[in-house]
Write a protein that binds this ligand. Structure first.
Ligand code: ADP
Length: 196
């Protein structure tokens, strides 16, 4: 079972993934970008933010996604795989940053993923108040505030894109307690495993 954890920074993905490893000892953890040898190199280039062409950047993300799918997901499809971010982030950031069309992005991602989408997407949804708190308790200036508004717009793209895709998903209120969220996610995985 291939589970994709999605959500903007500080929404609580890694906290919950860490908790899951204690319940599901056999889980295979991975992430995008960076889950493969090529992915680590791609991640470095992407974090440098040195590419001038938005299309080149998108294609590098997609190349990483294709390699990640081929090297990690495909080989372990019968096991429990949890990926920290993946194609939904890819689509949301592309929509927020570039002049791309949703349907075109879905087709490109289908190609990278060999038409094999995750079995379940767990999307963490935060709000401005919690995001501000978790980004640091300091008072934010105008530029930093615009940075947070940008992240919320990426989150909106994630949610709207997910609504248009026919992929099973679970929406998580990221402002809920760590324990409650953990229970919701682990109960969902248990029941999915039972019936799959
Ligand atoms: P992400 O992996 O999505 O970037 P993290 O799991 O690293 O987010 O969480 C960011 C910060 O918020 C961490 O300091 C973490 O302890 C805290 N945090 C995560 N989930 C919750 C929660 N449900 N309630 C309160 N704080 C949380």
């Amino acid at each position: 079972m291939y589970l994709l954890f999605e959500g903007i920074d500080t929404s609580g993905k890694s906290t919950q993934i860490e908790l899951l490893t204690k319940v599901f000892k056999d889980v295979i953890l991975t992430k995008e970008p960076g889950g493969t040898t090529f992915g680590l190199k791609a991640r470095e280039i992407l974090l440098e933010d040195s590419l001038h062409s938005k299309r080149a950047e998108l294609l590098l993300f997609l190349a990483d996604r294709a390699e990640h799918y081929h090297q990690i997901i495909k080989k372990n499809r019968d096991k429990l795989i949890v990926s920290d971010r993946g194609f939904l982030s890819g689509i949301a950031y592309a929509l927020a940053n570039g002049d791309f069309e949703f349907n075109h992005l879905v087709e490109l991602n289908k190609f990278a993923l060999e038409e094999d989408f995750p079995d379940l997407i767990i999307l963490f949804l935060t709000n401005m108040e919690t995001l501000t708190q978790r980004m640091g308790e300091k008072k934010l200036d105008g530029i930093e505030l615009r940075g947070l508004e940008y992240l919320i717009s990426v989150q909106n793209h994630m949610q709207k894109s997910l609504e248009k895709l026919a992929i099973p998903h679970l929406l998580i209120d990221a402002t809920d307690s760590i324990d409650n969220i953990h229970k919701i996610i682990s109960d969902t995985i248990h029941s999915k495993r039972l019936f799959s």
